[in-house]
Design a binder for this molecule. Structure first.
Ligand SMILES: [Zn+2]
Ligand SMILES: [Zn+2]
Length: 295
């Protein structure tokens, strides 16, 4: 008897109603707070267990119950957490690739996988090959290894919300971060019908570039008659002026970056080149030295 039966409540249904109520009572092993029935109420019952339905019970039946008696709630339908292998939808084992294992909540044990996965890692193991640490303005290449990638699929790469989509081989992305900080690179392999095949991700730390100030002398082995070019690679921040000394004699004062000085090699011998770089206030920031031999 369903809810509609309530409207037809009458003597001719009474027999059936009482039969139904007593059927319910028989299913209850230990009735508590037993009292003499005082009245009849309509309650939702789980059709699977016959107990009082909760929000987890998908199939409910409304039926009469005796007011004042306690019927336990259905405890068969409740959240169950199961680790599932996405490749097979079976219970994940330690052999499943970690990025294929997903925690799923089931509310009906009948829907849960019953068998253990035996993929042994045969399910796609999507991999992102990328360094853990990158300097600002360094150019790095991310490579995605996706054994199941096929025509029509898409690899989505999301770096702190900035998305790039790769649809063809090579599954590579060049990246050059300008700002230091912590980045998360998420990679999703989408199938051609828009389903997630696999996911992975990696934290990357971007640290400020340590600029190494260097003196470059070209050509490396000059001969008599050559014009030698001397310049400073990566001058320190706040560089303002530079002095150039050759064999102890000041040959020039340079007032703007890039600091570059040229001289002609007029004779054989040893050339000791010294660069002194100063800030706006005349504080020496760095002194660089290089000696060349002209045979
Ligand atoms: Zn239930
Ligand atoms: Zn598996």
């Amino acid at each position: 008897i369903g809810l509609e039966g309530v409207k037809n409540w009458g003597a001719r249904f009474a027999g059936r109603v009482w039969k139904s109520v007593f059927e319910e009572l028989l299913k209850i092993k230990e009735p508590t707070d037993w009292e003499r029935p005082e009245g009849i109420v309509v309650r939702a019952f789980c059709t699977k267990t016959g107990l009082i339905a909760t929000s987890y019970c998908k199939s409910k039946r409304y039926d009469f119950s005796i007011k004042g008696i306690s019927i336990p709630n259905c405890s068969y339908h409740k959240p169950y957490m199961v680790k599932v292998c996405k490749g097979t939808n079976l219970i994940a084992t330690d052999d499943c690739p970690p990025d294929a294992v997903e925690e799923k909540i089931f509310t009906d044990p009948d829907d849960m996988p019953k068998e253990y996965c035996n993929c042994s890692g045969g399910y796609e193991h999507l991999q992102l090959i990328a360094p853990d640490t990158v300097y600002t303005d360094e150019i790095v290449v991310f490579e995605i290894l996706s054994p199941l990638f096929k025509s029509g699929d898409t690899i989505e790469i999301d770096i702190n919300g900035e998305k790039t989509y790769l649809k063809t081989y090579p599954l590579k992305l060049m990246w050059s971060p300008s700002r230091p900080g912590n980045y998360y690179v998420s990679v999703i392999h989408w199938s051609s019908i828009g389903e997630v095949v696999s996911k992975t991700g990696k934290n990357i730390k971007v640290i400020p570039e340590i600029r190494k100030t260097e003196m470059i002398v070209l050509p490396i082995k000059p001969k008599v008659g050559d014009i030698v070019r001397v310049y400073i690679k990566n001058p320190p921040s706040y560089s303002y002026t530079a002095e150039v000394f050759i064999n102890g004699k000041r040959e020039g004062v340079l007032a703007q970056t890039p600091f570059e000085f040229r001289f002609k090699v007029t004779s054989r011998g040893t050339y000791r080149i010294v660069f002194k770089i100063y800030d706006l206030y005349g504080n020496k920031l760095v002194e660089l030295e290089k000696t060349i031999q002209v045979p």
